[in-house]
Write a protein that binds this ligand. Structure first.
Ligand SMILES: [Zn+2]
Length: 650
């Protein structure tokens, strides 16, 4: 959390309760980051590949910058109370607080274990084993009044001595490298004075028990009311060795103390560094249109001159779930430089947010560096406000040596279930009729038909004449055994034009219908959200594995895309279905007539960079669907210009 330096910079911080601060303490001194010799490490013998199924090119993180434990990790929690501060909760209560699935006492969003399971995509199962309560030799006030952290050190030694006969400390050396990963001391009563006594912190010691060194531990207070922030944050220091992210804002739990009960997630750069989500590496030669879900992948653009040290990383961050406390959604851009030790000075940040509304450099307003109350909607890149990122759009975006980055991101879309953006500034225009569908599925071509007048929807007055425009779309669907959908762009800008409203008003202003084969509008949704299931004739039906439902289309009116998929085991290659859905605004109706064809086995290449290997002889098609060549006998691609291609398996 924040250091004392901050007090001088932002005097308003002084108004916040002092409970907001906790530290890493090494050899009696507060530090912002573990020094080299005291960094947590983890010996990952089985650093397996994460199994992400993506169209893009995920990169397995072989070597993490920080300690990266995986799987089930045992953590030890020792409880201590005092004659003047008795245990406010039971051992069983603490076990639930740390481990119980769905723990919600006092409003907590899950237990500490739930938190790390969530942010790690289920890859880190942190299980705490709890012992207590030990009654300390002195009253709490005695420890609190000692100089600096000497009270903490004294209590720590007492606690270790007391529990030694009861606990096998070597059990908490999960990777068997001779040091424990996680020992927590939870004491009764609230923390009292920042930087003194028993103030919550992550500490280091020379203690040795049961043949292992107890190097890292953390101390958390238990005032009687449950919250998970402090435990989660201190675990971040202790287990992974993450630094405090000063001048960073609310965008990571290692930054501000944004919320005690529902602490914000670990930032996507650290998550990808752990291997919890994949990195997708981007170079200045890449051109592609990307669609990404919140927290799904972390895009990375390394400084070619210092590829191991400096880079830009970005991901789609949505203010839902673990990130609910954030004030906005969109692409969150970060600049890292591992040659800078942590975030100890505002003009030298190892990891900083590149705020969309400002460059995020030290010369900026401190309010932009560390927004109050901690995050702003204008930090995020998104359609309508900051839809582009480049050296030219934001002249202050530079590598730390002042040179241009060469990274260009354009056409950043509206945050919804997914977010789209173009890399390289040369992607197919979503509006152009010949490339729209290539991006989201293997092929589709919107056609806007001439106007016609038909029966108005039942809910409208019969005297109102409804003008109907049809948008014809085509997509092919791979045969899937798990409902896997393809995403189809619905031409939001074109639709908005027809309806006479802005694209970002569509979701709020229109009515949504399924359209029966005879043109009747059906206001009942049978799919997910604004979605429907259809039978083979395009009739709207309920989902029923034993019934006639066969194809679904779940629209997202915010992003103006739809997810189309089919029932497992009910289609065969070459099957074709026509399904219709409509949106109505005032006297205008847009009907989407979507022809869905079940395809032969195909492989989609969203970008030429993802296509290093392939089956010899596979046909390669360009964005217009024209064949442009085939794989050589060794599986190499033919010589092609940058762009988006589709590969059809031979
Ligand atoms: Zn901290």
């Amino acid at each position: 959390m924040k250091t004392k330096i901050i007090f001088g910079l932002l005097s308003s911080i002084l108004l916040l309760p002092t409970m907001l601060f906790a530290d890493i303490v090494y050899q009696g001194k507060r530090v912002q980051e573990w020094p080299e010799e005291a960094r947590p490490t983890f010996n990952n013998q089985s650093a397996g590949k994460p199994s992400f199924l993506l169209a893009r090119t995920p990169v397995t993180q072989n070597k993490s910058h920080y300690a990266a434990p995986k799987g089930k990790i045992y953590s030890l929690t020792l409880l201590v109370d005092f004659s003047d501060q008795k245990a406010p909760v039971s051992v069983a209560d603490v076990e639930e607080w740390l481990n119980k699935e769905g723990f919600n006492r006092d409003g907590c969003n899950g237990s500490v274990r739930d938190y790390y399971l969530d942010v790690s995509n289920g890859q880190l199962d942190l299980t705490n084993e709890v012992y207590g309560w030990y009654r300390a030799k002195h009253p709490k006030s005695w420890y609190e009044n000692l100089q600096g952290y000497t009270g903490s050190d004294s209590l720590m030694k007492e606690v270790f001595n007391y529990f030694d006969p009861l606990v096998d400390f070597s059990r908490y050396d999960n990777d068997k490298d001779g040091t424990t990963e996680a020992i927590n001391i939870v004491y009764a009563g609230p923390g009292q004075t920042w930087g003194q006594g028993l103030w919550p912190h992550s500490g280091w010691s020379n203690e040795r028990r049961d043949g292992v060194r107890l190097t890292h531990h953390q101390m958390t207070d238990m005032p009687g009311k449950f919250s998970i922030y402090v435990f989660v944050h201190e675990s971040g220091h202790m287990i992974f060795g993450w630094p405090d992210l000063y001048w960073y804002g609310d965008y990571c739990t290692m930054g501000n103390r944004a919320h005690d009960l529902n602490p914000v997630a670990i930032n996507d750069f650290y998550r990808a560094d752990q291997g919890w989500i994949p990195f997708v590496d981007v170079t200045s030669n890449d051109v592609s249109l990307e669609t990404t879900k919140p927290g799904e992948v972390c895009y990375r653009y390394k400084n070619p001159a210092r590829p191991d040290k400096e880079g830009l990383v970005w991901s789609y961050v949505q203010n839902k779930g673990r990130n609910q406390v954030l004030k906005g959604s969109g692409l969150l851009m970060q600049h890292y430089d591992f040659s800078i030790e942590g975030n100890s000075a505002s003009d030298k940040l190892g990891l900083r947010i590149v705020h969309a509304s400002a460059a995020g450099k030290s010369s900026d307003n401190p309010g932009d560096q560390w927004p109050s109350p901690g995050s702003t909607a204008n930090t995020f890149f998104k359609s309508g406000t900051y839809s582009e990122f480049s050296d030219d759009a934001y002249p202050a975006i530079r590598w730390y040596n002042g040179s241009k980055t060469g990274l260009k991101i354009t056409d950043i879309g509206t945050p919804g279930e997914t977010l789209t953006f173009c890399i390289g500034g040369n992607s197919p225009e979503p509006e152009s009729s010949n490339s729209t569908g290539i991006v989201s599925s293997s092929s589709s071509a919107p056609v806007v038909s001439s106007s016609s007048s038909v029966t108005p929807p039942k809910s409208s007055s019969s005297s109102v004449q409804i003008t109907v425009q049809k948008i014809a779309l085509e997509t092919t669907l791979p045969i899937s055994d798990n409902y896997a959908p393809v995403t189809l762009d619905l031409n939001g800008s074109e639709v908005a034009k027809i309806l006479g409203i802005k694209q970002n008003e569509i979701a709020n202003k229109v009515k949504f219908y399924g359209v029966e084969p005879d043109g009747t509008l059906n206001s009942h949704t049978t799919g997910e959200g604004t979605g429907h299931w259809f039978d083979k004739d395009g009739k709207i039906v309920a989902w029923d594995p034993n019934g006639t439902s066969i194809v679904f289309s779940n629209m997202d009116l915010t992003t103006m895309t739809t997810k189309i998929g089919h029932m497992p085991n009910k289609v065969k290659a070459g099957d074709s279905f026509v399904i219709k859905q409509a949106i109505v605004h005032g006297s205008k109706q847009v009907t989407f007539e979507i022809t869905v064809t079940i395809e032969q086995k195909t492989t989609r290449i969203s970008n030429i960079r993802s296509s290093k290997r392939g089956k010899p002889g596979n046909m390669i098609f360009n964005a217009l669907g024209k064949p442009v060549g085939k794989r050589t006998e060794s599986g190499e691609l033919p010589d092609l210009p940058k762009g988006i291609y589709v590969e059809i398996a031979k």
